[in-house]
Design a protein around this ligand. Structure first.
Ligand code: PRX
Length: 651
């Protein structure tokens, strides 16, 4: 397997082209002619195009204007339109799909459940009534910190039903991270579980919540699902068992009639400062973006069994486990645990057992599967699969080819989907029946999306030249703001390059107009497909009493894409030791979560800085990666720092 640096090399040389299989084209929702027609229409008349697409949703009242961009970059889509996301994901399917399975769930220990649309609807209505009884009203914020169980999906939809804005926090985040997010959102209530299963162990979610709530003054109530069954502390008057309140809740709860721009959810993600950003998505545009792209890119039909392996704690889970697929009435597979528990073939077992037809996962997972060996998928019948997807980071052509041949049996198109928490939905991806794929390229923007690769001044760069990936026109599922920080929204996304949305990704376009994403150009790391800010980890480190200064950089990692390397200077009198390294790693885990555990901590007497005091990150990245230094080091305050760092590298 190659390192990401070698990946860039191989991507630059990649010339293989995979046209959509004929059989696939014949039955595809979007064939090449239709694809062309949609693109031309969207270019000619964007408002008319989006207005027509929005008909895939059920609206209680029509909009009067498709896009209001008069207060740019704050967009309003489908102005005046009224709808409800839970109605679109549930009620409207009851007549024809009431007994269709909505959620096919398997817990890590092997327990399973199948919920029909009718059952999910009833659960959501009852839970919505429970939330109301606990004092939650339209416009309130609710934190959800749960394992991947059907009830987590119900929790999101129950919030949507009554117009409460959910903020889902991934179960791998720490108590500190939960508290920060509660406070930033001003959540009134948190929904959690006693625990969840991960690699045979219990993740103590409720214990974490207890710590978080001691620092979250706005959260008055905690609703607890019993999942793992171990004893947990229940604070009278604050904590309530899910099953007790649900027992006598009515299954009758009409959906709230909400404005198209009503805030549907906040999802925290890392930016280039230490403070996570609360990305705000609203109802109409977001739901349209997810439902439409889920149809187009996954070619979804009623008979499909669709599995996106993401957790609902990430945007991929929001858009392609919950809102997109359920708005389309799909059958969605959910799996709670780790891909290698109890054995490395767990995913293939699930695909065989449930006859999964569409499988969507991340390159980091694919690289682990490659490492674990072909024998695991070979043991299982994967012939039900007809389409494969990839998301979260650039996929190296070797991983793409392995996915294609070993998992897809050479017959399944692969959709490499580029998007972000902020974009809400997929923006660049092949439509499988229409666009020939190239291993490692997300191909072309979807109809209605205008993307380009430009220089700092916003001028397009020539083909095969690296530049910044930007989106040149607003789109329905775009973030509306950073919760509570309009200025940061304007500055970070629309204030970098004149007149366009700045993605913070580097990319190039080849001679066919295909996009090749090269990764982040800001201080955001992509570790196993998860976004982490170097500043966030630095700030965790400097809060440790023994640390004076810290600089965090990524280094190429075969499996994770990027690994986390921390350069740390200690306070006077503190002796560096292997134990201290472990202590600092544990400290970062406690502050942020296990996903931020540093791979390497290096002690140094001082950090290399420019004369103006800026940490020379490029230099540190080169040292972390073991590359020779190519940068200009003459502005280094102290050359001996570099020498010492190099010595350690060689030693
Ligand atoms: O760098 C890009 C990378 O993931 C970033 C967005 O991360 P997040 O908001 O956590 O959302 C991940 C799931 C959509 C992007 O800025 N990225 C995402 N998809 C791809 C990708 N890089 C290359 N190819 C992709 N298909």
């Amino acid at each position: 397997m190659t390192s990401p640096a070698a990946t860039i090399e191989s991507v630059l040389k990649e010339t293989r082209l995979f046209p959509p299989p004929e059989e696939f084209v014949r039955q595809a929702r979007i064939n090449p002619q239709e694809y062309q027609r949609l693109h031309e229409w969207a270019e000619r008349d964007p408002d008319g195009f989006w207005a027509e697409q929005a008909k895939i949703l059920d609206w209680f009242a029509p909009w009067t204007q498709v896009l209001d961009w008069s207060n740019a970059p704050h967009a309003r889509w489908f102005v005046g339109g009224k709808l409800n996301a839970s109605y679109n994901c549930l009620d409207r399917h009851l007549a024809n799909r009431g007994d269709k399975i909505a959620l096919l769930w398997e817990g890590e220990p092997g327990d399973s459940q199948a919920w029909t649309y009718r059952q999910l609807h009833a659960e959501v209505c009852r839970l919505a009534n429970v939330l109301k009884k606990l004092g939650i009203r339209t416009g309130d914020r609710v934190t959800i910190y749960m394992p991947l169980v059907p009830e987590a999906v119900a929790a999101m939809l129950a919030c949507a039903r009554i117009g409460a804005t959910h903020s889902v926090v991934f179960g791998g985040f720490s108590a500190e991270a939960v508290a920060d997010r509660n406070n930033d959102a001003g959540s009134k209530l948190i929904i959690t579980a006693d625990g969840g299963w991960r690699r045979g162990k219990i993740v103590p979610l409720k214990d974490n919540v207890d710590i978080a709530l001691s620092k979250s003054p706005t959260v008055k109530t905690c609703l607890v699902l019993r999942r793992t069954g171990q004893p947990v502390q229940m604070v009278p008057g604050r904590d309530f068992w899910w099953h007790e309140l649900m027992a006598d809740a009515s299954p009758d709860c009409p959906p709230e009639v909400l404005d198209s721009e009503h805030p549907l959810f906040i999802l925290y993600t890392s930016g280039s400062t230490g403070k996570p950003k609360g990305v705000l998505h609203t109802t109409g545009g977001y739901l349209l973006g997810t439902a439409l792209t889920h149809r187009w890119v996954f070619d979804i039909r009623d008979e499909d069994v669709y599995w996106c392996s993401a957790d609902v704690g990430w945007v991929t889970g929001h858009s392609y486990v919950v809102y997109g697929p359920l708005a389309n009435g799909a059958t969605v597979v959910l799996y709670e645990g780790a891909p290698n528990h109890p054995q490395e073939d767990r995913f293939w077992q699930i695909i065989e057992k449930y006859k999964v037809t569409i499988f969507y996962t991340a390159p980091t997972a694919i690289r682990s599967f490659i490492k674990w060996g072909e024998e695991h998928p070979r043991k299982h019948n994967l012939s039900s699969l007809r389409l494969l997807g990839s998301v979260g980071e650039p996929i190296n052509p070797e991983a793409w080819m392995w996915y294609h041949t070993v998992i897809g049996g050479g017959r399944c198109p692969i959709v490499d989907t580029w998007w972000q928490t902020e974009t809400g939905a997929i923006l660049i991806a092949p439509i499988p029946g229409a666009v020939p794929t190239k291993p490692g390229s997300a191909t072309r923007p979807l109809p209605g999306i205008r993307a380009a690769v430009v220089d700092k001044a916003g001028r397009p760069v020539p083909p095969n030249t690296g530049g910044y990936l930007v989106i040149q026109r607003p789109w329905p599922s775009m973030l509306r703001t950073i919760y509570g920080d309009d200025e940061r929204y304007r500055q970070a996304y629309w204030g970098q390059i004149p007149g366009v949305y700045f993605t913070a990704d580097g990319a190039r376009q080849d001679e066919d107009g295909y996009f090749w994403i090269m990764g982040r150009v800001d201080d955001v790391l992509n570790v196993s497909g998860h976004r982490l800010s170097t500043m966030e980890i630095e700030s965790a480190l400097v809060h440790h009493p023994k640390v004076a200064e810290a600089a965090v950089v990524g280094r190429p990692d075969e499996i994770k894409g990027e690994g986390i390397v921390c350069f740390v200077t200690l306070k006077q009198g503190v002796t560096p030791s292997a134990e201290l390294k472990e202590e600092l790693k544990a400290h970062v885990v406690k502050d942020i979560g296990a996903l931020a555990r540093p791979d390497d901590i290096r002690f140094t007497d001082a950090l290399p800085k420019t004369r103006s005091g800026k940490i020379m990150r490029r230099l540190l990245r080169d040292i972390a990666a073991g590359r020779s230094t190519t940068g200009d080091v003459t502005t280094l305050e102290d050359f001996s720092i570099l020498a010492r760092l190099r010595e350690e590298e060689e030693g």
